[in-house]
Each structure stands twice: as C-alpha cells, then as structure tokens.
Design a protein around this ligand. Structure first.
Ligand code: TXA
Ligand code: MG
Length: 342
C-alpha cells in the first residue's frame, strides 16, 4: 500500500512540515519515497545504503547498469561524496545550484556502490524545489533519486503520474502538485578536463557556456549511432504506448492522420495552442505554446501520458527548434519516438 502525503493544498503548515519530515525519516530508515523536484518527481532512497538503493531499481524495473543521481541540500555535503571539485564545477554550482543542473564528479568511498552502477564517478545535484530541499535535510543523508516512473515510461510531473506507475511498489509519495520545469536536469561531466554535456535539460548549454566558456557535447547526442557516455541515455525512454512519429513539416501531419485513421487506428497529434485548431484527430493535444518553449517543456510528459489515457494508437508530433530548452524537448521527443522522424 503506497501512502500519499499531500503537501500541496494544505493550509495547516505544521502538518505539512510534519509530513515532509516523516517522509525524510522514512528515507533515512531505508524506505523509498517519491517526492517533487522542480524538474520531475524523484524516487528517493538513502544513498549510503545498498539495500535501500536496491529497492529503487526493483520498484522501477530499472537496468542495474544505469547509475542514479545523488541529491543534496547543502554544498557542504559534497565533501563526503567526491574527491575533487574543479574550478569550472565551482562556478557552475555558484551559478545554478540549487537548480536543474547535475554535475558528475570523481566519487569517494561512502556512497553505496549500486548508486553509481560500479562507475568511479558520481552524479550530484541540489534541487531548488523547497519540498525536495526540506525532505533531503530531514533525511540527514544524501538521497539517490531517479525519476519516479516505471523504467521506459515518460517521467512523472505530477504525483498522480507517480501513483499510476508505482502504486503498491513504493512506501509513499509526497504530493507537491505539478513540477515546474517538466524535463529532467541537465547532466554535465565535470570529472574531465573539458566539461562534457551528457543530457540536455533544464539549464541550457547557452547558459552554461556563459559561465565557463565552451563545453564539449557527447557525440552520441548528435550521431545516433554513437554509444552514449551516460548509461541512461542508451535506453528507449519516455515512450507512450502508441507509436509516435515526429514530422518536420507540420503541413504533412493531417494527411498522415487521415491515412492512419483509414486503417482503423485511433490517431492523435501533439501540437501547440497556436495550431491546435488546424487538425482533425481523435486527440489533438496542445502542449504549451510554441512562442514559449518553456511551456512546452512543462507539459511534454503529461501530454505523452494523455495519449495513453485516450488509447491513441498512432501519434504524430510537430517538431521544435533546436535552441535553448528546445534542445532538451527534441532530445526527449526523439527518444519517445524511438528515432522516427519524417
Ligand atoms: O531532474 C532530474 O535529474 C531527475 C530528478 C528526480 O532529480 N532525476 C533524473 O534521474 O532524471 P534519472 O535516473 O532518470 O536520470 C539520471 C541520468 C541517467 O541518464 C544516468 O545514466 C545519468 O544520469 N548518470 C548518473 N550517474 C552518472 C555517472 N556517474 N556517469 C554518467 N551518467 C550518469
Ligand atoms: Mg529517468
């Protein structure tokens, strides 16, 4: 039985803090608890306990070679987790922590070895969501947390998404309402001489380069044949049940919808408010506004899950410009589509 602690629409402040504190203590004592961050919901466990971490992999059905991000609430916690912090990493932490940027460092002994899937490095992030910070603080230990979805599904941006995927498989979920950014943190390797981007996310490359100058980009992000440096990036991800295809020229979408419908399929289109009334389909979902890519990011995973709810067989999606947060949006859409783009 999965407990739900609702801290979103709660007037009683004492009760709210008590719920969050208890959730933190559950984590400390070896349970897994889902909680909101500013990016997506995380599934947290004590990063110092191999047994607790094993429960995360089991609950998600996550491949054991895919390492987890360790979440901290204050910078002082870094000292017990990593061996060295580069000048670039210092600057980035000052600029973007707390916030949606995960940095990879050379790791120190105390972290459970299944957290890092046997790697010599560890990914660390300080989230900015007040509930996440309070929960980590209450746990009193570093909190390892992947996104709180079943492996392969879109990441959860509401407690309902978490509950849908993991009810009965985890101790509790702290319901803090919808997350803000909507896509996962940016992952940047700072254990190498020239920092390298592994996963585009909430903090854009443009923002990072303003602080530390040019960074390298994992070649696999451009060339799909390359093997990603970050183990998690090689898996099919974020996928709805229906088959998703990205369509570069939006004027081709209606004929594609008609054709699939002619074959007896339930069809859907992922668009934005600007073009939503251009389409005739079983589900036309406006995923934010094209003029405001951040609004598209916020709604993307919920939109992908809605197509499942509407039992859509075939989905066509518009594409988005590869700049700013658009880079992360396109990265997730391409993965959700298994690379199908026409
Ligand atoms: O926004 C986020 O980052 C969310 C919230 C909950 O904080 N978490 C999240 O975790 O997205 P997850 O497990 O879904 O993604 C972590 C990514 C994976 O692609 C994993 O392979 C990579 O980070 N990663 C973790 N440790 C790594 C390491 N030592 N070296 C390379 N990649 C690593
Ligand atoms: Mg994930």
């Amino acid at each position: 039985q999965t407990k739900v602690f609702n801290v979103d629409n709660i007037n009683d402040d004492d009760k709210k803090h008590e719920y969050i504190r208890n959730a933190g203590l559950w984590i400390k004592s070896g349970e897994v608890v889902a909680f909101p961050t500013e990016t997506v919901y995380g599934l947290g466990a004590n990063a110092l306990s191999e047994e607790a971490i094993a429960k995360i992999f089991k609950a998600k059905g996550r491949p054991s070679d895919n390492p987890l991000i360790v979440h901290i609430s204050k910078k002082e916690q870094l000292g017990e987790l990593v061996t060295e912090v580069s000048r670039a990493a210092e600057k980035l932490m000052d600029a973007f922590w707390p916030g949606p940027l995960t940095l990879i460092f050379k790791k120190k002994g105390s972290i459970a070895k299944n957290v890092t899937a046997g790697l010599e490095t560890v990914a660390i992030r300080m989230p900015s969501h007040p509930t996440a910070l309070e929960l980590i603080e209450a746990a009193g230990v570093p909190v390892a947390a992947p996104s709180a979805n079943l492996s392969g599904k879109p990441s959860p941006t509401t407690a309902q998404h978490v509950y849908h995927d993991l009810q009965g498989r985890i101790a509790a979920v702290v319901d803090g309402g919808s997350t803000g950014v909507g896509l996962e943190s940016t992952v940047l390797d700072c254990s190498v001489d020239v920092p390298m981007l592994y996963r585009p996310g909430g903090v854009t490359v443009e923002q990072i380069e303003e602080v530390i100058g040019e960074v390298a980009v994992d070649p696999s992000l451009k060339d799909k044949e390359d093997t990603p440096r970050s183990p998690g990036m090689k898996y099919t991800h974020y996928a709805p049940k229906g088959s998703l295809t990205l369509v570069k020229d939006a004027s081709n979408i209606q004929p594609l919808l008609n054709e699939a419908r002619g074959q007896g399929k339930r069809v859907g289109v992922l668009t934005t408010t600007e073009r939503a009334n251009h389409y005739d389909a079983d589900a036309v979902i406006a995923c934010g506004e094209r003029e405001d890519l951040a609004s598209v990011a916020t709604k993307l995973y919920d939109t992908l899950r809605q197509f499942d709810q509407e039992e859509i067989d075939v989905i066509f999606s518009e594409t988005f410009p590869n700049v700013g947060v658009g880079v992360a949006i396109m990265n997730r859409l391409e993965k959700a589509a298994g690379g199908r783009m026409i």
